[in-house]
Design a protein around this ligand. Structure first.
Ligand SMILES: *Cc1c(COP(=O)(O)O)cnc(C)c1O
Length: 374
């Protein structure tokens, strides 16, 4: 049996959870939370990192910070997870769905500008499979129209965008705000978990307040004020120390985890690159690879259905991914009538192969052989 995913444990998770419990403080924003946040800020150059209970939560914080309200429009790709759009719908915004490129599931940056109206307030971009969107183009459009850029970097930990001048910036550190996930299906995990990253300083103070139920408790604990109270909207977005302790064990091992995933990714690429019935992931010149996912694009739905069935006969689980959000039960009626053919193409033809730390070379070779024989 080859599952699609198997959460990897480094071995230190329960030890650090015991340590967190022993401190007697297991609510949020304690030692482990701060250690994780400092690690992220130092390693990836985020101006501020705040752990959250999920990426969805981090995106809800983004929607509040971007001051999204009824009547506002937010541009979101259609080929993504519900959470990229949901937080903005909860703020009563209208979602303007954008299409993917024909050969890459990421948002087609050349088509964004035609979607902008005087009601547009923000663009949500998703670095699908941890592969960067065309950030230079997107930042230029956002600047010209004074829009907030929110990076849904759920899949994009430890991945970079390479600017034309050769400098690199970590994904999630480029837009005004970013959101990461540590759900058990991602590279670095804590069961459920996430992180908001803030790269525009004017959002930092308010983010800390929204994170702590609309109170200025973080400032109080730093001794900046002598009592704390209710000053804004917000929710309980911060995770307990038990989750942060688990996450810390993962972060200590981020290097070997990433190396192993890349090794597996490269083996798929080598093993499948001569197969003319499928397309392999497109790696733009400006993107690095964090090996979050290995996907192939089949020529049509029938081919994909047949291949899934063939792999299943050998107990291998390969899975398709998103259903276009613009056609979803929840949003189809509210969507204008634009077709988004590339999003639909990936809905029908994209297939994700097993990729996890403990996948053996023999298991992987078997997957490759079956695909090539099919
Ligand atoms: C996983 C994922 C999310 C949701 O993450 P949670 O931590 O489960 O809330 C959002 N967007 C994308 C693109 C994802 O892959």
């Amino acid at each position: 049996m080859t599952p699609f995913n198997k959460p990897y444990l480094t071995g230190k998770e329960t030890k650090y959870i015991e340590e967190a419990v022993a401190t007697g403080k297991i609510s949020g924003n304690g030692i482990f939370t701060q250690k994780c946040q400092k690690f992220f800020e130092d390693t990836y150059d985020f101006k501020k990192a705040l752990l959250t209970t999920s990426c969805t939560d981090a995106l809800e914080m983004c929607a509040i910070l971007a001051d999204i309200n009824a009547g506002d429009e937010v541009i979101v790709p259609s080929y993504t997870f519900v959470s990229s759009a949901l937080p903005f719908v909860r703020q009563n915004a209208k979602i303007i769905f954008a299409d993917s490129y024909s050969d890459n599931p990421n948002i087609d940056a050349d088509k964004i500008e035609s979607l902008i109206t005087d009601k547009t307030k923000a663009i949500v971009i998703v670095h699908y499979a941890g592969i960067a969107c065309d950030m230079e183009k997107i930042l230029e459009i956002a600047e010209k129209h004074n829009l907030i850029v929110i990076e849904d970097a759920a899949q994009a930990i430890d991945s970079y965008y390479i600017f034309k001048d050769g400098t690199q910036k970590a994904l999630g550190s480029i837009g005004h705000l970013g959101a990461f996930s540590f759900h058990e299906t991602k590279n670095i995990i804590s069961g459920e978990g996430g992180m908001l990253t803030i790269n525009d300083e004017r959002f930092i103070n308010r983010a800390e307040i929204i994170w702590e139920k609309g109170t200025n408790r973080s400032m109080f604990f730093r001794g900046e004020i002598n009592k704390y109270g209710w000053v804004d909207t917000g929710s309980s977005f911060l995770p307990s120390e038990i989750i942060s302790a688990f996450l810390w064990a993962q972060l200590e091992n981020i290097k070997p985890i990433q190396e192993k995933r890349l090794e597996i990714w490269n083996r798929y690429y080598e093993g499948l690159k001569d197969n003319t019935n499928i397309a392999l992931p497109l790696m733009p010149k400006y993107a690095t690879n964090n090996a979050h996912m290995f996907y192939i694009t089949c020529k049509d739905l029938d081919f994909r259905t047949g291949l899934i069935k063939k792999l299943k006969e050998s107990d291998i689980l390969a899975v398709f991914h998103y259903l276009s959000l613009h056609k979803s039960d929840f949003y189809a009626q509210k969507h204008d009538d634009r077709d988004l053919p590339n999003s639909d193409h990936f809905e029908n033809c994209l297939l994700r192969l097993p990729l996890f730390y403990e996948l053996t070379e023999a298991q992987q070779q078997n997957v490759i052989n079956i695909i090539n024989e099919f």
